[in-house]
Design a binder for this molecule. Structure first.
Ligand code: NOJ
Length: 733
């Protein structure tokens, strides 16, 4: 359908709506028991709802849709929305893991499958991708994003949007994407979830906003305004973000939904005087949809009657919602076939895609003495740790509402890989959050289990050691449980929680070969392990086929090739820590160099971009198409990558730049290109990167705008953010 036809239909529909029905389109009702407000069906019947969230039941979707279409005065179909973050029924690696693939095909394919399953269940709209840049690993929601870097983050954001939405909004196997949380949420002070964010425009524009602009360019139909204060203005009442940047500068034509209750929360934040004032501020800022705080339905008609808002302002917010419903074909096909989901989720290619995505997402952190890949003739293997047989930890945080984890755990994956071996298992002492999550206790209504007694923990500890003692090789599966990362899951420390490190040390002291597999949703300060455990695989929260993928990698049926999308600090107190910092006045590495802390260098334990394979690589022949380029023009950087080992393997060629001087100071390194390669032993491939105005411009504080300058640039190309292969070029006026 062309734009003119959509517009015509929207105007026809809009012309028939009462003011109350228009406001209804701006109201998103909660379909779950914990959601406040009147019963969903009553609101829908009155025409007081445009969309529904926190419901995951196809039959119920159809019932509510029937009320909307057949009983409400306007007959406008509802949009059903839910958080489908990394899979609907077939669960994929968490987004931080997908970003570790450094292969945009991974998130694109994963979200394509997620969209198929979610749509088959009757959902139209996911609250993803989450594309907040996060440089503080203490922040729990780092798991949902692509890590610390705007360039990598932009590639992952666009790929996810393409996966969810495809090209055509009427595609019945796709869902609408929602770029969230706009904007700055990942920079909360101290990494404390929901805390205020202070970001100067240079950081906002150069670091935080690029993934959002990339999502928009990839076609993201919707955006979600964030919860927190950005520079003292709540993001959901923030005209600078929602009007100036998103609509005026970027030309966004879709619609914005607030985060849950965020419009009303502006009262709690001390911004709005009362709920009526909050509604006014939300509308004025351009928040189209009020996510379940009911401030719009309660107040907007009165605000129009009192002349504080015009009906034209309401129409402007309703139009893009109607346009999307028209484009999706919802008016023609409002219902979902209730037999469809079962057929779609049983497609074997979905599980295969999940296993492939998990293999590509894992990062090999250490492999001393070539312990990995393991040989399949092992006789006795002990698998130890609180996460070794946990489906929850394997699927990870942000499960779809109401989903029951059903993953292949690491234990199950290893048993399947070694049918003839004796694979024993011990859990070890339990790990748990000191303070429970609201999501566990209130939302899921789960009773919290009493903590394990110290005596039981000790017995579990000893049992684990005995299990390890009887084996030839030990696989330790440690990290964080699913509820230790995610929303409201920030931590002050990045150590392995509970007695895990103590257990690791005790098992290592037995003198057997030990492989450490980490399941976690954030960087962890595994300092001791990084020195003493020969093989460490960062498996993240790898999804439904996670355990199979771990076994594939450990035994060489798949090669590791993921790279860290975020650096691993030595200590939680080093956060925020990231590679793209500015230089100081004191030369790095010189005797004058200020180590910044006298009790330990804040160098990362593992740098951004780091990861090993089972072979070695060499970068050589770094060449530029020209040593000089004019402002506004492009040059090509080429480099040869050779597999110098004896096994096939994957490497990610990474290009970093540094502008040596200019209007503003620029980061000492910035990623501006990457490509993941598979190389056979002895094979060489040439990688070409383009550097042009898009890569070389930046938002300047001094100039108050985007600029590209004549200056000298450094280039490094290599296997991580500490790459040494270097050259220079000059941009001339
Ligand atoms: C709150 C979270 O911040 C957001 O990411 C999510 O989409 C909404 N709740 C809806 O569940």
């Amino acid at each position: 359908m062309n734009d003119k036809e959509v517009e015509r239909q929207v105007e026809t529909i809009l012309g028939k709506l009462s003011l109350e029905e228009k406001i209804g389109q701006l109201n998103q009702v909660g379909g779950a028991d914990f959601a406040p407000g009147p019963k969903a069906e009553d609101q829908i019947r009155k025409g007081g709802a445009g969309s529904v969230l926190w419901l995951n039941d196809t039959q119920r979707f159809n019932e509510l849709q029937k009320i909307a279409v057949e009983e409400s005065p306007s007959g406008i179909p509802l949009l059903f929305a839910l958080d489908v973050i990394h899979g609907y029924r077939t669960i994929f690696p968490v987004p931080l893991a997908m970003a570790s693939s450094w292969d945009p095909a991974v998130p694109e394919k994963s979200q394509t499958v997620a969209a198929k399953e979610a749509r088959a269940a009757g959902l139209h709209w996911t609250f993803g991708p989450m594309i907040d840049i996060a440089r503080d690993a203490r922040w729990g929601r780092i798991v949902e994003g692509a890590g610390e870097d705007p360039y990598l983050g932009s590639a992952m954001a666009a790929a996810q949007v393409r996966g969810f939405q495809g090209r055509d909004p009427s595609d019945p196997e796709r869902v609408l994407a929602c770029a969230k949380h706009f904007a700055g949420y990942g920079a909360s002070e101290g990494g404390r979830d929901y805390d205020p964010v202070y970001l100067p425009e240079t950081q906002l524009r150069n670091t935080i906003l690029p993934p959002f602009e990339a999502a928009l360019k990839a076609g993201a139909a919707t955006f979600m305004s964030a919860y927190m204060d950005l520079n003292d203005v709540p993001a959901s009442g923030n005209r600078f973000l929602l009007r100036q940047v998103l609509r005026q500068e970027w030309g966004f034509e879709g619609f914005v939904v607030s985060d849950a209750f965020a419009v009303a929360n502006m009262v709690i934040q001390g911004h709005a005087r009362n709920r009526r004032d909050a509604a006014l501020r939300g509308i004025k800022a351009g928040v189209n949809v009020d996510m379940s705080s009911y401030t719009y339905v309660e107040n907007v008609a009165g605000l129009v009657a009192d002349g504080l808002l015009t009906e034209a302002e309401i129409d402007e917010l309703v139009r893009p919602i109607l346009a999307i419903k028209v484009k999706m074909g919802l008016f023609e096909h409002p219902y979902t076939d209730e037999t469809l989901l079962a057929q779609v989720v049983s497609r074997p290619e979905h599980r295969q895609a999940s296993r492939w995505a998990a293999q590509r997402s894992m990062v090999l952190l250490r492999n001393e003495g070539g312990l990995l890949p393991l040989k399949k003739d092992l006789k006795k293997v002990a698998v130890i740790g609180p996460l070794a047989d946990s489906m929850e930890a394997t699927e990870g945080s942000w499960m779809v509402f109401g989903h029951t984890p059903a993953a292949v755990t690491v234990l199950a994956g290893l048993r399947a890989k070694l049918p003839a071996a004796q694979v024993t298992y011990a859990h070890g002492p339990e790990i748990r959050r000191d303070i429970p999550s609201w999501f566990e206790t209130s939302m899921a209504g789960m009773e919290r289990k009493p903590a394990q007694s110290p005596a039981d923990a000790e017995a579990a500890f000893q049992a684990a050691i005995e299990t390890a003692r009887a084996a030839d090789l030990v696989v330790m599966v440690l990290g964080e449980t699913a509820e230790m990362a995610g929303e409201a899951a920030s931590r002050a420390s990045l150590d392995l929680p509970g007695r895990q490190e103590e257990l690791l040390k005790a098992v290592a002291a037995l003198g057997k070969p030990v492989v450490l597999v980490l399941l976690n949703g954030r960087p962890l300060s595994i300092n001791w392990a990084a020195e003493h455990i020969p093989a460490i695989l960062e498996a993240w929260e790898p999804g439904t086929e996670g355990g199979s993928a771990v076994a594939d990698i450990l035994f060489g049926d798949a090669v590791p090739g993921g790279k860290l999308p975020v650096c691993f600090p030595h200590k939680g107190s080093h956060a925020p820590l990231y590679y793209a910092r500015n230089l100081t006045h004191s030369p790095e590495g010189s005797p004058m160099y200020n180590p910044r802390y006298w009790d330990g260098l804040p160098e990362p334990l593992y740098p951004f971009g780091y990861g090993l394979s089972y072979t070695t690589f060499e970068f050589s022949n770094l060449k530029l198409s020209s040593p000089q380029v004019k402002v506004g023009h492009s040059l090509t950087v080429s480099v040869d990558v050779t597999n110098t080992g004896s096994l096939a393997g994957d490497e990610v060629a990474q290009l970093y730049i540094h502008q040596q001087w200019g209007s503003d100071t620029r980061p000492m390194r910035e990623l501006k290109g990457f490509e993941r390669l598979t190389l056979q032993p002895g094979e060489t491939k040439t990688v070409n990167f383009k550097l042009g105005p898009d890569e070389l411009r930046y938002w300047s504080t001094n100039a108050g705008q985007w600029i590209q300058e004549a200056a000298e640039f450094d280039i490094w190309v290599g296997s991580d953010s500490q790459a040494a292969l270097h050259t220079n070029f000059e941009v001339v006026a």
